[in-house]
Design a protein around this ligand. Structure first.
Ligand SMILES: [Zn+2]
Length: 451
């Protein structure tokens, strides 16, 4: 597991290094932009026009719509004529959503981690990465943390070793990732010492990983005095976790809203508002029928990526719920503010003895098999059913192996089974159409429908 991970990161670092001159150039542009608020709107207009025109010219799924994009038209008005696209539609019609003349030399393929029950392969153009990393450099510059930072990313349950690299995309930050999976107590103490010796400026990870790390530090020497910033991402940061982390580290936690398909979406400012990366993304909030709701009203977050021409994401339904603020933030940043209220909570599977395991562990097991769609269901008697809509390559051996991996994850006192179902047999909870996890246990407060 370690070497595969490291190989992946080496190739990632080379990629970032090659793109760095462009990243640096855009960073300069974006730092000037923050001083001229009107310029963001102009940039959005140019980029939105370009992406919509490219979509109807070169992307089969959009060419068929018959929509025309002429230079003089209001691009937001043109955008409203585009259909919303869901994760399942995109997963099944991936090629249809790609640029006809896609050049693999300037693209990366990403697999999204399944928190919606639909595995998705996404192609991002290098430009999309350049703009994402450039906005991150500007953001870090504002926090006084630009180049030469040390970033610690604990992922205690996922890794069993320590590895470091220098990330050009992150302004040549030195990054250390580590985990203590399967390690004994003396090893764990050693990792805590090593984390301390690394003297990180920034600590980042999912709330779960940050909480686990806090637990490790609590047992071995207390908080890290070198840390100047704690950044959470990847899951909804619930108030209790936010408070516990802030108390322990003596710092306000900065939360990021991101997804693999588009990268960072919004980041908290010093006043706690989630500012949208407006240079790169256009956000709408829509109701159940897909109609945009007024500012301040809650609905599903829908994203248009302004920089990825390889596989344009236009009016992409995220499955997350939130609202857009009407008023600007008092911090002075020109970027629009959003509020995230629901979604991104992967949930937990409970065992009869009261212990729990992240549903993501079961999801990872499922994703090793060829399925079109899946859903993890915990029944009222604690048993777990995984519903799958199989892809053509799925065989009886997949069912057997998946059942065995689920038993490994959940232990012997939880009954597991895998059921092949039709699309209509998946459960839907609340307002979310595609959910990967449903719990029928009476006291589960954090199942997706009841957040
Ligand atoms: Zn602000």
């Amino acid at each position: 597991m370690g070497t595969e991970n490291e190989r992946h990161w080496h190739s990632q670092m080379v990629h970032e290094g090659l793109l760095f001159p462009q990243i640096y150039g855009e960073r300069t542009l974006y730092s000037e932009l923050a001083q001229r608020p009107g310029r963001i709107r102009e940039m959005q207009r140019e980029r939105l026009t370009a992406v919509l025109r490219h979509a109807v010219d070169a992307v089969p799924a959009y060419r068929r719509t018959g929509i025309t994009v002429d230079g003089g038209a209001d691009p937001w008005r043109v955008l409203s004529a585009f259909p919303l696209v869901g994760k399942r539609q995109l997963a099944e019609g991936m090629i249809d959503h790609c640029d006809d003349d896609i050049d693999p030399a300037v693209c990366r393929v990403l697999e999204t981690s399944g928190t919606s029950g639909v595995p998705l392969r996404m192609i991002r153009h290098d430009d999309a990465f350049v703009h994402e990393w450039a906005t991150a450099l500007v953001r870090n510059e504002r926090a006084g943390l630009v180049f030469d930072r040390k970033v610690l990313m604990p992922c205690l349950a996922r890794l069993d070793h320590w590895f470091e690299y220098t990330s050009p995309g992150m302004g040549f930050s030195r990054v250390a990732q580590f985990g203590t999976a399967g390690r004994t107590a003396p090893d764990r103490a050693g990792f805590a010492d090593r984390a301390r010796g690394f003297r990180p400026d920034v600590l980042t990870g999912s709330p779960r990983n940050l909480m686990d790390f806090m637990g490790l530090l609590g047992q071995h020497g207390g908080r890290l005095p070198s840390v100047r910033s704690v950044v959470s991402c990847g899951e909804l940061l619930v108030p209790a976790a936010r408070e516990a982390l802030a108390d322990f580290f003596g710092l306000t936690v900065t939360d990021m809203y991101a997804m693999k398909e588009v990268g960072t979406i919004a980041v908290q400012c010093a006043l706690g508002s989630y500012h949208i990366e407006s240079e790169r993304l256009w956000l709408e909030v829509v109701d159940d029928d897909g109609v945009p709701v007024p500012e301040g009203s809650v609905g599903e977050v829908v994203i248009t990526d302004l920089t990825n021409l390889a596989m344009p994401l236009i009016r992409y339904r995220t499955g997350d719920f939130g609202s857009l603020a009407g008023a600007p933030c008092a911090c002075g940043l020109p970027h629009k503010v959003m509020d995230l209220v629901e979604g991104r909570n992967p949930g937990e599977l409970r065992r009869p003895d009261g212990t729990a395991v992240p549903v993501l562990w079961a999801v990872r097991a499922v994703r090793r098999h060829p399925v079109r769609r899946y859903q993890v269901v915990q029944e009222a008697d604690f048993s777990v059913s995984v519903l799958v809509s199989p892809a053509p390559a799925f065989t009886a051996a997949d069912t057997t192996e998946l059942t065995r991996s689920l038993a490994d994850v959940l232990g012997t006192d939880v009954r597991c089974r895998v059921r092949e179902v039709d699309d209509g047999d998946f459960h839907s909870t609340g307002r979310r159409k595609d959910v990967d996890f449903v719990s029928f246990l009476p006291d589960v407060a954090d199942s997706p429908g009841r957040l």
